[in-house]
Design a protein around this ligand. Structure first.
Ligand SMILES: Nc1nc2c(ncn2[C@@H]2O[C@H](COP(=O)(O)OP(=O)(O)O)[C@@H](O)[C@H]2O)c(=O)[nH]1
Ligand SMILES: Nc1ncnc2c1ncn2[C@@H]1O[C@H](COP(=O)(O)OP(=O)(O)O)[C@@H](O)[C@H]1O
Length: 206
């Protein structure tokens, strides 16, 4: 029953803490999800490993994947492509494995179009000033760039209405616990059971 794996999508505005929360979830011992490793054209940072943090590819390779239908979703973000290879996700879902994506908002909306029975969780900041402080705290942007990121983030927060759940990333451990609770409840959603019973209808009156 409900043999197909669950697709879990964690998204939210830049700087809200998606990467931090995702790492905390995957550091838990009893974590059973498979993380879909994204493909990107951005440069590898110190300490990153190809095939672990991302599949690092050239712009030509990425565009070739797009044109041959190899991407479940992709987005151009700060001049680089980021995307989810389709093959791995489908294979794992068909094998009954739950797959976890941590992606930005444009990509999440493309996944929603294609895999409507996925679980879409929006990570949101306690308030906008705190979001600004987190972006500032990373120390990677000047104040004009921070303004641009904030304008973008406000548009992204507006996309919250297209998600199933909103989780406030106030304290990391609380956010992780809320996400785990949502995932547990999702397993018993009616929509995950009906297709299996419907499939059995053909056999039962033979
Ligand atoms: N659409 C999409 N976004 C992704 C994917 N992988 C990572 N991202 C997002 O791309 C953005 C930039 O990621 P990264 O360069 O690692 O920077 P950082 O998270 O800001 O340190 C983040 O918001 C990620 O969540 C993907 O496969 N698809
Ligand atoms: N719950 C939290 N409380 C305080 N700071 C946080 C929290 N979650 C993340 N951060 C910090 O906010 C910044 C942005 O987090 P990051 O995971 O890079 O965001 P994203 O992946 O959404 O762009 C980082 O400096 C991170 O340490």
């Amino acid at each position: 029953m409900a043999n197909r794996g669950m697709l879990i999508v964690l998204s939210g505005p830049s700087g809200v803490g998606k990467g931090t929360v995702r790492k905390a979830i995957f550091d838990q011992d009893d974590n059973k999800f498979l993380y879909s490793i994204s493909m990107t054209t951005r440069k590898m940072r110190e300490g990153e490993v190809d095939g672990v943090d991302y599949h690092f590819v050239s712009k030509e390779e990425f565009e070739n994947e797009i044109s041959t239908g190899g991407m479940l979703e992709y987005a151009k973000y700060v001049d680089n492509y980021y995307g989810t290879p389709l093959k791995y996700v489908n294979k794992m879902l068909d094998a009954g494995q739950d797959v976890f994506l941590e992606i930005e908002v444009q990509g999440a909306m493309q996944v929603r179009e294609k895999i409507s029975d996925g679980l879409f969780i929006f990570l949101t900041p306690p308030d906008l000033m705190e979001l600004r402080q987190r972006i500032t705290g990373r120390g990677t942007d000047d104040s004009a760039t921070i303004d641009k990121r904030m304008t973008k983030a406000i548009g992204e927060i507006d996309m919250m209405q297209n998600y199933d759940y909103a989780v406030v990333n106030d304290e990391i451990n609380d956010a992780v616990e809320k996400i785990q609770t949502i995932i547990k409840a999702e397993r018993w959603r009616v929509k995950r059971f009906l297709p299996d019973y419907r499939k059995q209808l053909g056999d039962v009156f033979k």
